[in-house]
Write a protein that binds this ligand. Structure first.
Ligand code: THU
Length: 168
């Protein structure tokens, strides 16, 4: 993003684009299968404190699928979100591969999660790092336990004004 010193002051707008699917059944087969993998891994999350389970599945350009779920800790900040468990595992095991798709599913044992659950800010920043590293957009799909699915074609649609290495 380029910032220009403009005079006089100007109000600008950032827009974002996303696709809303009524349910998982509207997704194409490849993404549906990936979402089912995220749902299965979500069930294995270690979330004894929040009772909020998140599962993530990543499709790489080499067709490998890498998964992750949230891992909590009695020292709360030591825990890690599903998306980062998955993306760091992809980075660790397939450092030369490109991440094509990330799908995310969330549920809670305290209430039914029926709305799409977007990745948290820290996960967006982490995903942004890989999008920049590979110089190719990452498609992201997210949902609750049931209900609609949201798709964005790039992490940038979730994180405008992102911080990246070009500032360093
Ligand atoms: N969580 C994720 O795994 N991903 C997110 O993007 C948001 C939150 C996890 C972290 C914690 O274990 C639980 O959900 C409640 O915040």
């Amino acid at each position: 993003m380029i910032f220009l010193a403009l005079n006089p002051m100007k109000k600008l707008q950032v827009t974002t684009t996303y696709t809303l699917y009524k349910s998982i059944s509207e997704l194409d087969n490849e993404v549906q299968e990936l979402m089912h993998i995220a749902i299965e891994v979500r069930k294995k999350a270690y979330a004894p404190y929040s009772k909020f389970n998140v599962g993530a599945a990543i499709l790489l350009d080499n067709k490998q699928i890498v998964t992750g779920n949230n891992q909590e800790n009695a020292a709360f900040p030591s825990g890690l979100c599903a998306e980062r468990v998955a993306i760091y595992s992809a980075g660790a095991n397939y450092p030369k591969s490109t991440i094509k798709i990330i799908v995310i599913s969330a549920s809670s044992s305290k209430h039914k999660v029926t709305q799409p659950i977007a990745p948290c800010g820290a996960c967006r920043q982490s995903i942004a790092e890989y999008e920049n590293k590979q110089n190719k957009d990452i498609r992201i799909y997210f949902m609750g336990e049931t209900g609609p699915v949201i798709k964005v074609n790039s992490l940038k649609d979730l994180l405008p004004f992102g911080f990246d290495s070009s500032y360093l």
